[in-house]
Design a protein around this ligand. Structure first.
Ligand code: GLN
Length: 447
């Protein structure tokens, strides 16, 4: 009730939630009480959680931030949702997001922008901005998100909380509305690395309904939290520190690295020479996959259907024209173009080759270090509207996060002080494949 009341008080200003399920939450809380009384409680039993509105929830609308799905109620739960239900977590509602997870600011949503928890005139970050603001503003103790190209880590950084995206394949994508399937990965937001570890432990695990789900034994991501950091090898990519970072972010990152040294970590220089190619590669591959994934929204099977049309063809055209926002249309156009005959080799195939080179860079770097550290975002949260008319400016904000998705590696953002105007700065830690427990240990040791 305390969290629901806080949502009622703050959501009109922050717009972090698209849907609040008060009745469902109270019923789940009563069921959790009974479980606790019966001695059958796990670590998340009775703990409230908010889900990004990209996860399908049976009986509760799943909009994906789009007019296209404004009326869509899923007949089933996403794997992540059913796992958390089984753990006894209490869903409060569904959080605001950039439409179909396409964006870095939370301005590309049908429901109006989410506002930054520290300054409502600024962007929340994206695309999982609603989840990050819900946790930062104490409307929920923890929340789920998805990260295709930074969408958990960047809004975590913008709002001064911790967020982790695990290795590709650790969290099932079943029931998670697809944007770019080879990059999409569910992740966790919390006020601390410890909370993220608890949430990720409940979310992760093999699921035969997702063909890219990795079949490995279940892990307890909290297991190494209290191990000391002495001897941890922290790699700093020269390319991340060469240019691009604003001065205030740089000061906070430098101070965080100094703190790691004090905690006993050794700092080594590493190189990711192809990381600069991550943005062009991503903004070919992600739209290509999106153009294919979003073809299912045709007005027949899901969501919005135009009211007036003559032919079937016209029904498709009008439904999609009315249902999708400008950024989604831009990506469908770009994606269709790069996949088309005559352009496929020049763009899509080339981007796939860059993707391999980027992954090879990380492989070489992890021969020298245990975790890679750098900024999550080049700047603190910017004023709403500042970049919304310039897609390329917006895409450039993803420079530090996107290479991680292209390589399929785990990444985490943790708060490391403040930059300009007292706004939070995020330190990004990147781990080797399946090294989530170590990332969380490194973040917990710092916190
Ligand atoms: N900002 C990136 C994009 O617009 C990443 C989004 C995401 O991770 N879902 O595609």
């Amino acid at each position: 009730t305390a969290f629901l009341d806080r949502i009622d008080a703050l959501n009109p200003r922050l717009n972090a939630f698209i849907t609040v399920d008060r009745e469902g939450a109270l019923a789940a809380a009563r069921a959790a009480d009974a479980r606790i009384a019966g001695g059958d409680a796990g670590p998340l039993t009775g703990i409230p959680v908010a889900h990004k509105d990209v996860f399908c929830t049976q009986g509760v609308r799943t909009s994906c931030g789009s007019k296209m799905l404004d009326n869509f109620v899923s007949p089933y739960d996403a794997h992540v949702v059913s796992q958390l239900k089984a753990a006894g977590a209490v869903m409060l509602g569904k959080t605001n997001m950039d439409e179909f997870a396409m964006g870095s600011s939370n301005e590309n949503t049908y429901y109006g922008p989410t506002r930054n928890a520290w300054d409502p005139a600024r962007i929340a970050g994206g695309s999982s901005g609603g989840s990050a603001v819900a946790v930062a503003a104490r409307m929920a103790p923890m929340a789920t998100g998805t990260d295709t190209g930074g969408s958990v880590r960047q809004p975590a950084a913008m709002n001064g909380i911790t967020g982790i995206k695990p290795t590709y394949g650790v969290v099932s994508r079943y029931g998670m509305i697809a944007y770019a399937s080879s990059l999409d990965q569910g992740g966790a937001f919390g006020r601390s690395a410890q909370d993220c570890a608890l949430l990720l432990t409940a979310m992760a695990g093999f699921d035969p309904r997702d063909s890219t789900s990795v079949e490995r034994p279940r892990e307890d991501y909290s297991r190494d939290l209290d191990k000391p950091l002495a001897g941890l090898r922290v790699g700093l990519p020269v390319e991340f520190f060469a240019e691009g970072m604003s001065d205030d972010v740089r000061r906070a990152i430098d101070a965080a690295i100094a703190q790691y040294r004090e905690l006993g970590a050794t700092v080594v220089e590493v190189s990711l020479p192809n990381a600069r190619l991550a943005i062009p590669a991503y903004y070919v591959i992600a739209p290509a996959e999106a153009s294919s994934n979003l073809s299912r929204f045709d007005g027949v099977r899901y969501g919005h259907r135009a009211a007036d049309y003559g032919s079937l063809e016209e029904m498709y055209e009008k439904s999609r024209a009315e249902g999708f926002g400008a950024e989604v249309k831009r990506r469908i156009l770009v994606g269709t173009y790069v996949l088309s005959h005559g352009y496929y080799d020049a763009y899509y195939l080339k981007a796939q080759k860059l993707r391999r080179l980027i992954a090879e860079d990380f492989r070489a770097a992890f021969a020298q270090c245990d975790v890679i550290a750098g900024p999550t975002s080049p700047t603190v949260a910017w004023p709403i509207g500042e970049k919304s008319d310039d897609p390329v400016q917006m895409y450039l904000q993803d420079i530090y996060t996107i290479a991680v998705n292209l390589a399929g590696l785990p990444g985490l953002s943790l708060p490391c002080g403040t930059g300009a105007d007292g706004l939070p700065v995020g330190l990004q830690l990147i781990g080797n494949y399946f090294d989530e427990a170590r990332l969380l240990q490194a973040a917990h040791g710092f916190q």
